[in-house]
Design a protein around this ligand. Structure first.
Ligand SMILES: [Zn+2]
Length: 317
């Protein structure tokens, strides 16, 4: 069974519910989740899709977008007796034992907070367990992977990291630039994670991590989640395959130890062209293909289970 540590399903739920659909998860996604053996998900509050939100009149800023997404989530969950929001691995295990799927909540980009650190307390009250300071752009806290690679955390960003750690919200560096990564590592006390990033050694793009960065995450006790997005797996189209993603996993295991490798698949093929996964991992029904290749590359069942669910759930404890 799989815990997928990064999912954009809330965005799909939101845009479809705003267009009048109901039962979005059940009608459009449940079958693939079942086929892929997904027992639980980390649902991201991601509200940076400007081209979509500009068409929603009430979505005047990131805070309003977040409120709209939370309302859509609430309405959707009311229609999903098979899915329960949880805050801890113990609650996840109880939910699984009751025959349901579970979901944790993450914030992907904290632009909505502006300069109000109290927003982090509200995220904590909502049950958010993972926080990314930025998406790809720059905000008052830090700069994302799409911006100047060298600028570090702002003073407010540093205080946000401290507040997140106080509130048991894991700091997630997946979208952060290299300067921000460096600053988070200097000050982090608890585990730091990269929920959905691969290795620059195999695919040299800014959303992926250098071997030194992988080791820095290992040293905090954190994890790195494997991402199926084609552009983060290989720069050659022909090598964007399930096998190549398994090679990222093997590389991470070699550099950090297998206990720091996890899943953060980021499937978003349902958003259309440009969002494809790799060959053999086109949607979450095909997750088994990754584990087929992990076995081929010599990982035993225990190691595969660690990657499939145990490692990520451990850092959420
Ligand atoms: Zn992302």
């Amino acid at each position: 069974m799989i815990f997928d540590g990064h999912s954009d399903l809330l965005y799909d739920v939101t845009r479809r519910r705003l267009a009048g659909e109901k039962h979005v998860l059940e009608r459009r996604h449940l079958r693939n989740l079942e086929a892929g053996g997904v027992e639980g998900l980390m649902l991201a509050l991601w509200v940076s899709a400007d081209s979509f939100w500009k068409k929603v009149p009430e979505a005047t800023d990131h805070r309003a977008r977040t409120e709209i997404m939370l309302l859509c989530m609430k309405a959707e969950l009311a229609e999903c007796p098979w899915l329960t929001m949880v805050r801890t691995p113990a609650e996840a295990e109880d939910t699984k034992a009751a025959g349901k799927k579970y979901a944790f909540l993450a914030v992907e980009g904290m632009d909505a907070m502006g300069d109000d650190l109290g927003a982090i307390d509200r995220y904590g009250d909502l049950g958010v367990r993972i926080g990314m300071l930025t998406w790809n752009g720059e905000n008052l806290l830090a700069t994302g992977a799409g911006g100047d690679p060298y600028s570090g955390l702002t003073e407010l960003g540093r205080r946000a990291v401290r507040r997140m750690e106080d509130r048991n919200i894991l700091v997630d560096v997946s979208h952060l630039n290299d300067g921000g990564f460096r600053d988070v590592m200097k000050m982090a006390e608890g585990p730091v994670i990269a929920s959905h990033s691969n290795c620059r050694a195999l695919c040299d793009v800014r959303r992926n991590l250098t071997d030194d960065q992988l080791r820095a995450i290992r040293d905090t006790g954190g994890i790195v989640g494997l991402n199926v997005h084609h552009a983060f797996v290989h720069t050659d189209r022909e090598r964007q395959t399930a096998e190549m993603l398994a090679r990222h996993a093997a590389h991470m295991a070699e550099v950090m130890g297998v206990e720091h490798v996890a899943c953060g698949f980021d499937f978003c093929e349902y958003f259309g062209p440009g969002n494809e996964g790799v060959d053999g991992l086109e949607n979450c029904s095909q997750i088994g293909n990754l584990f087929y290749w992990l076995e081929k590359l010599g990982m035993n069942e225990q190691e595969r289970n660690m990657i499939a669910r145990e490692n990520f759930l451990r850092v959420l404890a």
